[in-house]
Write a protein that binds this ligand. Sequence first.
Ligand code: CMC
Length: 389
Amino acid sequence: FGLLGYDPGFLNTASCKSSITFIDGDRGILRYRGYPIEQLAEHSTFLETAYLLIKGELPDQERLAQWTYNIRHHTMTHSNLVKFMDGFRYDAHPMGILVGTVGALSTFYPDAKDIGNVDSRKLQIRRLIGKIPTLAAMSFRHSMGFPYVQPDNDLSFSGNFLSMMFRMTELRYTPNPVLERALDVLFILHADHEQNCSTNAVRAVGSSGVDPYTAVAAGCAALYGPKHGGANEAVIRMLMEIGSVDRVPEFIKSVKAGSGRLMGFGHRVYKNYDPRAKIIKKIAFEVFEETGRSPLLDIALELEKIALEDDYFISRKLYPNVDFYSGLIYQAMGFPMDMFPVLFAIGRIPGWLSQWSEHVRDTDQKIARPRQIYLGEGERDWVAVDSRP
Ligand code: CMC
């Protein structure tokens, strides 16, 4: 096979050079453009973090105001896109709707094909960040049979999303400030994570020179898979299956015996506490203070406590990851489980776009085209159908 390297899942292959996100999995460090995730979660907003990821620096006040205005300017959708949305089956999965409608945006904005034009790239980035919460909320309301809610651009990014999700009357929706901030921080925590499956999909598809809507639809498609966007739902299902705190030791024992995995534990890169999980755990308590405590939280706390003291988990460096508490928070906020990957996609959009933009500008890059190790038949002759064994 000559000099071909064999690396399934690209565990040991760097597909790009990047200046966006730094992860040190052994020390539990995550930084966007050099800024520790803990500081961004405490002080920043999602839109400011999106600016940082895409442009490389934090904005001053004037730039932030202009950026916020620009994103708000793009929250509406074309009325034909609403018709397209209406065409999905009544019980369509919101993530399936998102994959389709984000891809469809490329047909509404043919100017996006001009990826060599820096002004066009900037415009498509603003459009996508502005529109994704609208499409996400519409996908939920379609799947519930509720009428769509127009964006309320006087609200914050996350407040407007909550309004488009949950507004039920003509009266203006006022988001609970604790839940609004918690959601904004959750979006910050999901905003980028270097070359994860969906980002790799965006880069690989984008390397063909396709427009960013189509490349981002590929990212959404990757996130639809249960191994990527579905882990927090799996955590909720696991906690429901355990059912009560006193059954936790028995469940841990069965995991150690090989019955299955402790969902929300372990990570390909983090061999230490996932820094996002620490922040999310704190948010969970703040949110439950407002919404009332879910009995599943007590099961999760007990699971974490026992697992962190158990040799099986210690020796394999298995710690809670970002998904361990995030589903519990989303559930407390009123999101159904099939919206969890959609929420992930809203958070990840600035990461996908900054990575796409970096990829397009990288003169080292080529169309993604890995090789393979062929294990099939050697050459053989075609045989007529009536002579085949
Ligand atoms: N529960 C029990 N045992 C586990 C777990 C777990 N959650 N994760 C790994 N192990 C064991 C595994 O059985 C193996 O044991 P042994 O050496 O005896 O065979 C050892 O730990 C190493 O496992 P691995 O599969 O080689 O580890 P990996 O780095 O390839 O897997 C993972 C990472 C996230 C796929 C895995 O930890 C897992 O399946 N976790 C549960 C699912 C989950 O929470 N996924 C969300 C990940 S974070 C999402 C994100 O950042 O976007």
